[in-house]
Write a protein that binds this ligand. Structure first.
Ligand code: 13P
Ligand code: SF4
Length: 299
């Protein structure tokens, strides 16, 4: 299967991009693996490529299409969605905006293109604090992740009005899990993703995006880490740092949607050019502005 994927990738002039939470066997066939900000930047810089196979959930494949509108962007399983992204719709967001006229709306990149079209600027977990602090306004609507929003709120003087969305996978991680893991691995450093609930973040040594955690694991002298995020990240952590030890905080945090992408589906995507991401032009133009502002502000 790997040989056939490699052959078709060359024939189609394709690139395979994968998020850090993808299955190990998908990460291994990808040309590039990263967090949502790195994948967005990559998608905006593709030359000599005609087809992008995007291994992740749907909003990330949409973001790639927004940033590479002239490429054929394929999502190997369109049923791989993000429940948090689905917790906000353009209609509900317009209702909220009507209650706060003139207040800018910041959206986590975990939103549909239709929601981004209603927002002023996007953020990822890697740049959210920097971007919110760089905005002119004192009050900001933040959608949809109340956990990331609460963490940003701790790092800004501005007032954030939070949408009540959350990641079901990260919200399965509880403070009791962190305490138990610390007891089992005394001396290990705890790193947590800001999609975790605040009582978990309060117990962490470092709060970071998935690539922030990979950087930390490389650069920090600690030899042992407890990891509070989706479990797929452990593959890269362990492969890139074979001399260090990584323990998942609880073994309760698999994102079933991220795991829907398999090597077979990547092969079928390349064989049949399935499933193309298509965004209506009026939505795409407005959503692209929201993402482009984020890329500009995170330089
Ligand atoms: P990052 O990779 O940007 O940290 O985001 C994690 C995530 O929620 C993907 O669904
Ligand atoms: Fe969505 Fe959470 Fe899965 Fe990320 S880990 S895709 S935020 S449900």
């Amino acid at each position: 299967m790997r040989a056939e994927i490699a052959r078709l990738r060359a024939e189609r002039k394709a690139i395979i991009l994968a998020h850090n939470y993808q299955r190990p066997e998908v990460q291994e066939i990808a040309d590039y693996v990263g967090d949502s900000l790195e994948l967005s930047i990559k998608a905006s810089q593709l030359a000599d490529v005609e087809v992008v196979v995007f291994c992740s959930v749907d909003f990330m494949a949409e973001t790639a299409k927004l940033l590479a509108p002239d490429k054929l962007v394929l999502h190997p399983d369109p049923r791989a969605g993000c429940p948090m992204a689905e917790m906000v719709t353009p209609e509900r967001l317009r209702e909220m905006k009507a209650q706060y006229p003139g207040v800018p709306v910041v959206c986590y990149v975990n939103t549909s293109a239709a929601v981004k079209a209603e927002c002023d600027i996007a953020v990822t977990s890697a740049n959210a604090v920097k971007i919110v602090n760089g905005l002119d306004a004192d009050t900001i609507l933040f959608v949809p992740d109340r956990c990331l929003g609460a963490w940003v709120q701790q790092h800004t003087e501005k007032t954030l009005i939070l949408w009540p969305g959350y990641c079901p996978t990260h919200n399965r991680i509880l403070p009791a899990h962190v305490l138990a893991a610390r007891g089992a691995h005394p001396g290990a450093k705890v790193m947590a993703h800001p999609e975790c609930p605040m009582p978990v973040l309060d117990l962490a040594d470092i709060v970071a995006s998935t690539s922030g955690m990979l950087r930390l694991a490389r650069e920090d002298p600690a030899a042992e880490f407890i990891v509070a995020t989706e479990e797929g990240l452990l593959h890269r952590l362990r492969t890139e740092n074979p001399e260090k030890r990584f323990h998942h905080v609880a073994g309760v945090a698999l994102c079933p949607n991220m795991k829907k992408i398999t090597p077979e589906k990547v092969l079928w995507a390349l064989q049949d050019l399935q499933y193309p991401v298509d965004i209506p032009a009026d939505v795409a133009d407005r959503a692209r502005r929201c993402i482009a502002r984020m890329l500009e502000a995170s330089k």
